[in-house]
Design a protein around this ligand. Structure first.
Ligand SMILES: Nc1nc2c(ncn2[C@@H]2O[C@H](COP(=O)(O)OP(=O)(O)OP(=O)(O)O)[C@@H](O)[C@H]2O)c(=O)[nH]1
Ligand SMILES: [Mg+2]
Length: 239
């Protein structure tokens, strides 16, 4: 898994803003392209009960918010696809929500299968939902190989006694920063930080896919072995 150093997180702001010129998606592997040729990245929502996964899903789906904690899905799985523009490229994100059923074995593997990313959520006014995150990270790493993990602290509108402190976050980051591709604070209630988060995730996922496609193209160029190339690697071979 590539190691990404995160900047100190800022409220409401994506922390993984990157400068890049992105190409058209034609060089992506077929598995990422839909019939229309637009790459589509699957993102699964993970996290404890009540942290706002379905609320994030609804903000993604039609930018609404409800205080009802009810699921209206008939099959227990919801998914929604939305287009994003990254530089000159059109991409799609498909967000998946289960209502917490990803922890049940009968739904688990199909939920995780083929995920390009997991949006791992906690309630920033409920430390319990935060302290359990490492278990979720383990689940994601085990079940969705290669998926990027984005961390999302929801309920940024609230001021509870049980608030996740800066020190808690620092301890967590010292252990898990390397496996995270983005860290965000959002409020579904106030509709704050969410659209920036979705856009940043689209950018990070697409940039990574493009970089992988470039590496793959380089690797199969006849007569060249880029990993051993002295100029591109900036180091000499020993023999
Ligand atoms: N104040 C506040 N309430 C929120 C926020 N996000 C969600 N809620 C409320 O928190 C409750 C739980 O939200 P859900 O979106 O159903 O949580 P969930 O993670 O999908 O829960 P499960 O499906 O049971 O795992 C609902 O009553 C929401 O209205 C937020 O940002 N601020
Ligand atoms: Mg839910």
């Amino acid at each position: 898994m590539p190691r990404l150093k995160l900047k100190k997180k800022k409220k409401g702001k994506a922390v993984n803003g990157r400068k890049q010129e992105l190409e058209e998606p034609s060089s992506l592997p077929p598995s990422l392209r839909m019939a229309s040729g637009v790459p589509n990245y699957k993102i699964i929502l993970c996290g404890e009960y009540g942290v706002g996964k379905s609320s994030i899903f609804r903000r993604f789906l039609n930018n609404t918010f409800t205080t009802e904690n009810s699921k209206k899905s008939t099959i227990g799985l919801d998914q929604c696809t939305r287009p994003f523009t990254i530089g000159k490229a059109e991409v799609k994100l498909t967000l998946w929500d289960t209502g917490g059923m990803e922890r049940m074995s009968f739904i688990g593997s199909s939920y995780y299968r083929g995920a390009h990313a997991a949006l791992l959520c906690y309630n920033s006014n409920n430390k319990e939902t935060f302290s359990i995150l490492s278990q979720y990270i383990l689940d994601i790493v085990m079940n969705a190989e290669g998926a990027k993990i984005f961390l999302c602290g929801n309920f940024a509108d609230g001021e509870g006694k049980d608030k996740v402190e800066e020190a808690d976050m620092d301890t967590f980051m010292s252990e898990c920063e390397d496996v995270l591709s983005g860290v965000y604070d959002v409020s579904c209630k106030d509709n704050w930080g969410l659209q920036e988060m979705f856009e940043d995730m689209a950018k990070v996922l697409h940039t990574d896919a493009m970089n992988r496609a470039t590496i793959r193209r380089d690797l199969i160029r006849p007569g060249e072995t880029p990993e051993l190339d002295e100029e591109t690697q900036g180091k000499k071979r020993c023999c």
